[in-house]
Every structure is written in C-alpha cells, then in structure tokens.
Design a protein around this ligand. Structure first.
Ligand code: SF4
Length: 233
C-alpha cells in the first residue's frame, strides 16, 4: 500500500489538478456578495486569514463546506474574525451568526474555547513549535479533536501533518486498506509520502474531490480514476 499511496496521489493530482485549499476570504473582507465568497488558492495567508481557517476547522465539523461558507461570510459581515470580538460576543448572538453550520450552540462554545486558548497561545506561537508539540497543545482545547487540530496545523500553520477524515477512511477502505484508526492511517500516509505540507495539503483536498465526484456513499465507479486500484468497484 505504501507505494500505492504515492501513486494514487499522482493519479488524483493528474485528474483534478491543484485544489488550492483552504479557501479564505480575500483581503479587504467579505460583503456577503457572491464575488466575495471565500476563495481558493491563497497560499500565503495573513494572520486574519489563518484565524479564519482555524475557526472554519471547527465550523466544518459534521457539516458540508457549503454550510460553513455561509457561516464564515456571516462572521466576516459581523467583523468577527477576531479573537477578542468573538469572546466579547454573547453566546446566543454568536450561535445565531453561525447557525448555518449546524450544531451552532456547541460550535459557538467551541469557537470561544478556541479563542480563549489563542489568547494565551496565539497561532504565531504555535507556528514556532514542533508540529507534534503544537498538536498536543491544540488537543487540550475543548471541542478540538484530531481532525480539527490537524486541519489547523496543516491549513492555517502550514505544518506537515496528514489529515484523516471520513472520506479518507471510506476511499481507502474500498481500496483494501485494513487500518481504520486515525493514528494508524495517519502514520501510514506520512510514512508513504514526502513530508511536505504542500503534498499533504493537496492530497487531502484531492480525496475530498474524489469523494464528492465518485466515491460517494453510493459510489459512482465507472468513471472513477481509482478503478484500477479498487477492490470494491
Ligand atoms: S472505484 Fe468506486 S468504490 Fe472504488 S474508489 Fe472509485 S468510486 Fe470508490
């Protein structure tokens, strides 16, 4: 499987091209207009955009990106891509602003927990830590699990760590991978690939693309680029 993991990356990259994750709001803000929606392909993110990614990593828990986009736009409209402003906003108001992302009461609490943590340990401080040290710190936050911590590390801080999500498990399960635990899968991917945040960034986004286009809950196998690797087609 080790060689296959890197072969599959090349195949998916050749099929879909660069995905330019994580989408963020352009500098200058977001007025809620279609043209101001979060955009892809911004590799050098400023501090506000990095915070938006970290907030988005919580908002995206158990929901689709479409719903997250709406919540990110609302946060921008209320000028809330700001740690102190989020902490000063009443729970009910914040929950209402991020309503589109689902589980909004829980997520409002989680956003506040993340912001409280970032007051003492800002993203700039996390960026200077070794990836595993920074991960250990993030995992102390209430509501931040492995996938969320790794999304913040990879997409906000550009740290070389591989994210495992439900799509990764589904796709590689179909390809015959026996490992299904987060840590085991993550180790396998990280051993199989050059430890480069650009590759980890693109690979995760490419798997999401495959899951949306082909390897859905009800897979669309005939046009899937991974047919030759798949034991489940
Ligand atoms: S061939 Fe079908 S089951 Fe296999 S990875 Fe592609 S879509 Fe999923």
């Amino acid at each position: 499987m080790k060689n296959k993991i890197s072969e599959i990356y090349s195949l998916l990259y050749g099929t879909y091209g660069a995905q330019g994750w994580w989408p963020v709001t352009p500098v200058g803000g977001c007025g809620g207009n279609v043209q101001d929606f979060p955009i892809y392909g911004i590799s050098l993110k400023n501090d506000k955009q990095k915070l938006e990614v970290a907030l988005g990593a919580i908002l995206t828990q158990n929901t689709s990106w479409k719903n997250v986009e709406k919540a990110v736009i609302e946060l921008n409209k209320h000028n809330l891509i700001d740690i102190n402003k989020i902490l000063r906003t009443k729970h009910e108001k914040l929950a209402n602003i991020i309503r589109s992302s689902g589980y909004y009461n829980q997520k409002a609490k989680k956003l506040k927990a993340l912001c409280t943590f970032l007051i003492f340990t800002p993203l700039s401080k996390l960026a200077k830590m070794d990836v595993w040290h920074a991960r250990k710190e993030l995992l102390k936050i209430n509501g931040v699990g492995k996938e969320t911590a790794d999304s913040i590390l990879l997409y906000a801080l550009n740290k070389p760590i591989f994210i495992i999500d439900a799509y990764t498990k589904r796709i590689f399960g179909k390809l015959g991978l026996k490992e299904s635990e987060y840590d085991d899968l993550q180790k396998l991917f990280m051993k199989s690939l050059t430890p480069d945040s650009k590759i980890f960034n693109e690979y995760h986004a490419l798997l999401v693309q495959l899951a949306k286009n082909h390897c859905k809950k009800k897979p669309v196998c005939p046009s899937c680029p991974l047919q030759n690797f798949c034991k489940n087609k």
